[in-house]
Design a binder for this molecule. Structure first.
Ligand SMILES: NC(=O)c1ccc[n+]([C@@H]2O[C@H](COP(=O)([O-])OP(=O)(O)OC[C@H]3O[C@@H](n4cnc5c(N)ncnc54)[C@H](O)[C@@H]3O)[C@@H](O)[C@H]2O)c1
Length: 280
């Protein structure tokens, strides 16, 4: 008997597209690779893309308990095509291997989420070469060469792809004592804009998401200090920290059909932090 909910028999009804968790399956048949997915924002992105129906490669520096935890959550969300892949995104040979291994195990990659990132606090006057190198390697060199390996894969198989970089409001906003972090995210902004033009002929869209202050382990020092928290919340019009899920929702949008005509843009997920200005 014909499904009364569906007046177009060849198209799935909305009901058919809703999982038991109440999420639309907009990424069914797609394969996503998420870096730095062992915790924080990356973990929420991997989970959300799985809930949207994608097969997911959970990538992080090491296949440790945290990474295994994400893999288990992704599988528990109903994703029966999930793999764990270890690699240091700051190393070109790891980037090439991570792409090759994901393609070998999941068949292809449609969506690359460059999420892995680190920050180091230091007065500029005292900053060390080692800290500078670490931040630039993970936050900028990583996306650069992982994207290169992904673009070569897309070129060889055809049919386009999506790249979403997790940048920061600090691709725009100065952050004293975090000069290397700001330089890396500012660089990621221009890398994204450049590649949105250069990779368009391959059908690849490239966009950034710029989170504000999000509740993750990277901000543990902030969340444990009520005075720091109060000062921070004064700068956030929506008066709360963001959740990793707030960021993951924006990734699902940029990875899905609704964002097919978007490339070269930054989406701010910051509770209004970036453009906040008031006078008493
Ligand atoms: N939390 C925030 O407030 C916030 C705000 C703006 C932007 N961001 C950005 O969001 C991204 C995720 O941040 P988070 O808060 O979830 O951080 P997090 O520290 O909680 O998690 C980062 C993950 O990246 C992994 N990682 C680090 N170096 C790596 C490497 N070389 N190769 C592979 N994986 C590596 C870590 O093991 C970790 O699992 C980062 O790019 C960060 O700059 C975070």
């Amino acid at each position: 008997m014909r499904d009364k909910r569906n007046l177009h028999p060849h198209r799935p009804s909305l009901g058919d597209l809703i999982t038991s968790k109440g999420t639309a399956m907009g990424l069914q048949g797609k394969v996503a690779l998420v870096t730095g997915a062992a915790q924080g924002i990356g973990r929420a992105i991997a989970l959300r893309l799985a809930q949207e129906g994608a097969a997911v490669a959970v990538e992080d520096r090491a296949a440790n308990d945290r990474a295994e935890g994400t893999l288990k959550e992704v599988e528990a969300a109903g994703c029966d095509r999930a793999v764990l892949i270890a690699g240091d995104v700051g190393k070109v040979e790891d980037d090439q291997r991570v792409i090759a291994e994901t393609v070998e195990r999941l068949g292809r990659i449609d969506i690359l989420v460059n999420n892995a990132g680190v920050e180091r606090r230091a007065d500029f006057i005292d900053a060390t070469e080692a800290d500078y190198d670490l931040v630039m390697h993970v936050n900028l060199k990583g996306p650069y060469f992982l994207t290169q390996a992904f673009a070569r894969h897309v070129r060889d198989r055809g049919n386009g792809g999506r790249i979403v970089n997790i940048s920061s409001v600090h691709e725009e906003l100065p952050f004293p004592h975090f000069a290397s972090y700001c330089a890396s995210k500012g660089g990621l902004k221009m890398l994204m804009r450049n590649l949105s033009v250069e990779l368009a002929p391959l059908g690849i869209t490239v966009n950034n998401i710029a989170p504000g202050a999000i509740k993750t382990p990277i901000n543990a020092h902030l969340m444990g200090d009520p005075a720091l928290m109060q000062a921070l919340l004064k700068n956030i019009p929506l008066k709360r920290l963001g959740s990793p899920e707030d960021v993951a929702g924006a990734v699902a949008f940029l990875a899905g059909d609704d964002a097919a005509y978007m490339t070269g843009s930054t989406l701010y997920v910051d509770g209004g932090l970036l453009w906040n200005y008031t006078e008493q």
